[in-house]
Design a protein around this ligand. Structure first.
Ligand code: FES
Length: 326
């Protein structure tokens, strides 16, 4: 129990409302000044870029997270006092400037509220880095497969795999051209980049599993596949590589509440055992994950998410109309 409490304290390390434990040696005015100074600079959005209709990239001042985070890790954030906490994987970090990059799609109320924040404004609470980092090693050829917004967390992993000396093949896909993200960044690090769209508006008209299968069937199959994207995409990537015995890592994005392994909100079944994505993951052996069970749990909240999405669009339309009339 003591260990869990300690974890929870550590998790709060980068929150705007700083915990007292790292400051226990400071007293009175000293401590107040330190908290004030840190609170002023932390969680501030330094830059915000709209990558597509519903995808945004923000650079956030979070020096303690930037200092410690490794590829594959994530943060939990909260935009309003009583709002939900959502996990977002760290897409990139800059230790020198103390910033982290987050890329998100506006799929629910919290992500809509986050998208409404501008440069100079602050995210209420930001906790991390959480989860186990990706195991990086030289294995030969690594194929990184990213679908939709999943390309964002894939980027630092692909970069680290390349830096470790692997041949890097990257396959990225989306429904249409406008939803492809980080193409140039991936092109800059990959030995080969394959872009797919479902509707054929850009790159190959194919699902990402098609070039993945081609690679597995080739004379030089990959030594490792890493797939990140919607659950159904990861499921079928794992099914594609299974007959070829290509080890396949997936990164799961489930509902999360505390991020410390205590609430059980993020539980998944892996190899017949219950695992918690926040502390045991987010990466798991894709051939062992029970995706159907995970998707069933995610669907339980789909109706609320869709309603919140619709409500946000209506509110934004009203605000825009009022702005146009003013
Ligand atoms: Fe609560 Fe993982 S978020 S156990």
């Amino acid at each position: 129990m003591g260990f869990l409490l300690l974890r929870w304290q550590r998790c709060q390390y980068d929150m705007q409302k700083l915990p007292f434990y790292p400051l226990k040696n400071l007293k009175g005015f000293q401590r107040g000044f330190f908290v004030f100074k840190k609170a002023k600079i932390m969680n501030e959005i330094i830059e915000k870029i709209q990558l597509s209709d519903e995808v945004f990239k923000i650079r956030v001042k979070a020096p303690l997270i930037a200092e410690e985070c490794l590829p594959g890790q994530f943060i939990l954030l909260q935009v309003t006092e009583n709002g939900e906490r959502i996990p977002l994987t760290i897409a990139d970090s800059d230790k020198t400037n103390g910033t982290i990059n987050l890329i998100f799609q506006t799929v629910g109320k919290t992500t809509h509220l986050l998208a409404e924040l501008h440069s100079g404004e602050k995210i209420l609470n930001l906790v991390g880095p959480l989860g186990k980092p990706t195991h990086i090693e030289k294995v030969g050829t690594v194929v990184c497969v990213g679908g939709g917004i999943g390309v964002a967390p894939l980027y630092p992993i692909a970069k680290a795999m390349k830096a470790a000396g692997n041949k890097l093949v990257v396959i990225i896909g989306a429904r249409s051209k406008g939803l492809i993200i980080l193409e140039e960044e991936m092109r800059a690090i990959a030995d080969e980049l394959i872009v797919c769209t479902d509707d054929g508006s850009y790159g190959k008209k194919a699902l990402v599993t098609a070039p993945l299968k081609d690679m597995c069937e080739s004379a030089n199959p990959p030594n490792l596949a890493i797939a990140i994207g919607p659950p159904v995409m990861m499921k079928f990537c794992a099914e594609t590589t299974r007959p070829f015995n290509v080890p396949t890592v997936v990164s799961l994005n489930t509902i999360m509440i505390d991020g410390t392994g205590m609430c059980g909100g993020c539980r998944v079944t892996v190899g017949g055992e219950t695992k918690f994505v926040c502390v045991d993951g987010p990466e798991f052996d894709g051939h062992l994950v029970d995706f159907d069970n995970m998707m069933q749990r995610l669907r339980a909240y789909k109706k609320h998410e869709d309603e919140a999405h619709e409500q946000c669009h209506l509110e934004m339309a009203v605000v825009k109309k009022m702005g146009d009339q003013a």
